[in-house]
Ligand binder design. Structure first.
Ligand SMILES: C[S@@+](CC[C@H](N)C(=O)[O-])C[C@H]1O[C@@H](n2cnc3c(N)ncnc32)[C@H](O)[C@@H]1O
Length: 277
């Protein structure tokens, strides 16, 4: 079949209109991947005919998208805090709300007199830790990225290499089990906080790793365990903790924190809780 780029995009966006909230953008991204042309170039080349190979590739990616595979898992890219992260089905697709956690941790890091040791617990693609490392490139801050999943750590390492961020320590650890907490100044953690019973788990999250999404006890099990681990281990007096959770969970987390750490200073902004011990 002879078809040009613009026509394929138009048809594909029609096909995706019941699947995606951004059907035209998805169609463009798929075409961009299939032809290896930028989206700007696709506009210029709109009336160019697709080769048999390009058409086959585009139709295959469209088939995946029709079956609700997230666009980031098809293109293997997701922009986060200005960096283009490699992602696959073994890691959560970085969310825009997590950029706030990065910003708050970064603002705090900049107030410190000594270069901090920063831990990203549950690092997944590495988006939190590596964004911080990138933003603090001209400092001597050091970084530990930890996850329970070896497959996630592999992707985080790949991203570190991709952005030429050297000297990052990667640790396979169940929460803080393999971490020497006493050396950490800033602990960032976007751990799973979705309870399986919540009824708003949608097609969007269906293809993401269960290990990255779900936690028991109304989604709070891993956050609570982490806080308890911190409270029972030697740690720096002024350890700063940045947690991501659903805004509806913040009140319960605040209660946990105040029970475990008297006098802790808590600040909540969107999906981020900052805890200064
Ligand atoms: C919500 S994802 C966050 C990934 C990434 N930090 C981000 O913000 O996109 C949670 C991550 O925590 C990891 N994880 C789940 N249980 C864990 C545990 N017990 N210890 C350490 N990491 C865990 C998952 O493998 C997953 O990569």
């Amino acid at each position: 079949m002879i078809i040009d780029i613009a026509t394929w995009i138009l048809n594909a966006s029609q096909v995706l209109r019941n699947v995606s909230s951004s059907p035209h953008l998805d169609a463009e991204l798929i075409m961009s991947l299939a032809t290896q042309k930028s989206r700007e170039k696709l506009l210029v080349d709109g009336n160019k005919r697709l080769s048999t190979m390009q058409l086959a590739r585009a139709n295959y990616y469209l088939h995946l998208r029709k079956h609700l595979i997230p666009i980031a898992y098809i293109t293997h890219h997701k922009k986060f805090y200005g960096l283009n992260f490699y992602v696959n089905k073994h890691v959560l697709i970085p969310r825009p709300e997590t950029e706030n956690l990065v910003q708050m941790a970064l603002d705090h890091a900049k107030t410190l007199k000594q270069p901090p040791v920063i831990l990203d617990l549950g690092c997944g693609s590495g988006c939190i830790g590596l964004s911080l490392k990138h933003a603090l490139a001209d400092t001597n801050a050091s970084f530990i990225l930890a996850d329970i999943s070896s497959q996630a750590l592999k992707i985080a390492k790949k991203n570190a290499k991709r952005f030429k961020l050297n000297d990052v320590k990667f640790v396979k650890s169940n929460l803080l089990k393999k971490i020497d907490l006493s050396e950490i100044d800033i602990l960032c953690a976007n751990l799973p906080y979705v309870d399986r019973a919540w009824d708003f788990i949608t097609a969007n999250t269906k293809h993401e790793p269960k290990l990255a999404l779900f936690a028991r006890k109304n989604g709070l099990e891993l956050i609570e365990k982490t806080l308890k681990q911190i409270s029972t281990r030697p740690h720096k007096k002024h350890l700063a903790v940045f947690l991501e959770a659903d805004p509806l969970q913040m009140e319960d987390i605040e209660k946990m924190v105040l029970k475990l750490f008297r006098g802790a200073k808590i600040k909540v902004s969107g999906f981020t809780m900052q805890i200064l011990l």
